[in-house]
Design a binder for this molecule. Structure first.
Ligand code: NAP
Length: 233
């Protein structure tokens, strides 16, 4: 926004979007959208294209996680995670691709650094699997649509509302899981600010070339073995 771009925000809670659009200024606008519903995505993209006179970029950020062992994950849980994290981005690209091709624009899709962890973080499998598939999906879209530049941003733990409801519902288990992740060397002793990730998104959008993948993690804290402050309650 500071770069002068005109932006539309899309998500389910319109009141929060409208507040964000007001704060952003530069005629930013809000569009209600549920990425688990293809008609809703198509309507949101059509609204944005009409308001902007086209589309230079799509940034896909929605993602949800679960914090349960695989043996507890039922079909409904798999469907929910994959709908938001894997199918949603493909449907959003499907709705936008003709406009992005016309502008020879950019698509930035937010992934997660957890897919680089081996073995995957215990208790987080549907999320890890969905984001692993997501990065392959981004490459597949790039292969089929050369006029558009696709970027996957693999981000590490960042202080947002991400996973809070799921985590708060089972706080004891979360503390154990995070201790395990710390022992496995998967945490950094601190979390990042969302602005650090936003800078990478803007940088990929502004780049004259296609940035294929960005991986961003916190700079290690003085105590990299500490539990990240996000779960320290
Ligand atoms: N925060 C982290 O530690 C972290 C680490 C690695 C990767 N990531 C990834 O970063 C991305 C952004 O996460 P975040 O930290 O910003 O999470 P967040 O604070 O939970 O925000 C998620 C956003 O997505 C929207 N959203 C969720 N489900 C949606 C749906 N069905 N349809 C439309 N919008 C939906 C939410 O708005 P509504 O609820 O109003 O729809 C909200 O604005 C995610 O893809 C996540 O996997 C996050």
């Amino acid at each position: 926004m500071k770069e002068g771009a005109r932006v539309g925000y899309a998500a389910r809670r319109l009141d929060r979007l409208e507040e964000a659009a007001r704060a952003a200024g530069n005629e930013a606008f809000a569009v209600e959208c549920d990425v688990c519903d293809e008609a809703s995505i198509q309507a949101a993209v059509a609204t944005a294209v009409a308001a902007l006179g086209g589309l230079d970029a799509l940034v896909y950020t929605p993602g949800i996680a679960t914090f349960q062992p695989l043996a507890e994950i039922d079909a409904d849980c798999w469907h929910r995670v994959l709908a938001t994290n894997l199918i949603g981005p493909s449907l959003a690209l499907r709705a936008s691709i003709a406009h992005l091709e016309e502008s020879r624009g950019k698509a930035v899709i937010v992934s997660s650094i957890v897919i680089d962890d081996r073995p995957p973080r215990a208790g987080n499998a549907p999320y890890v699997v969905s984001k692993t598939g997501l990065e392959t999906l981004v490459q597949a879209w790039q292969g089929e649509h050369r006029a558009v530049g696709f970027t996957a941003i693999a981000m590490a733990d960042t202080l947002t509302e991400f996973g809070q409801n799921e985590a708060l519902a089972q706080l004891d288990r979360m503390q154990e899981l995070v201790q395990d992740w710390v022992q496995d060397g998967y945490m950094y002793g601190r979390t990042m600010d969302p602005e650090s990730v936003a800078e990478q998104i803007v940088s990929a959008l502004k780049s004259r070339e296609t940035v294929r993948r960005v991986a961003i993690t916190p700079h290690y804290s003085a105590d990299p073995n500490g539990v990240s402050e996000i779960w320290s309650e």
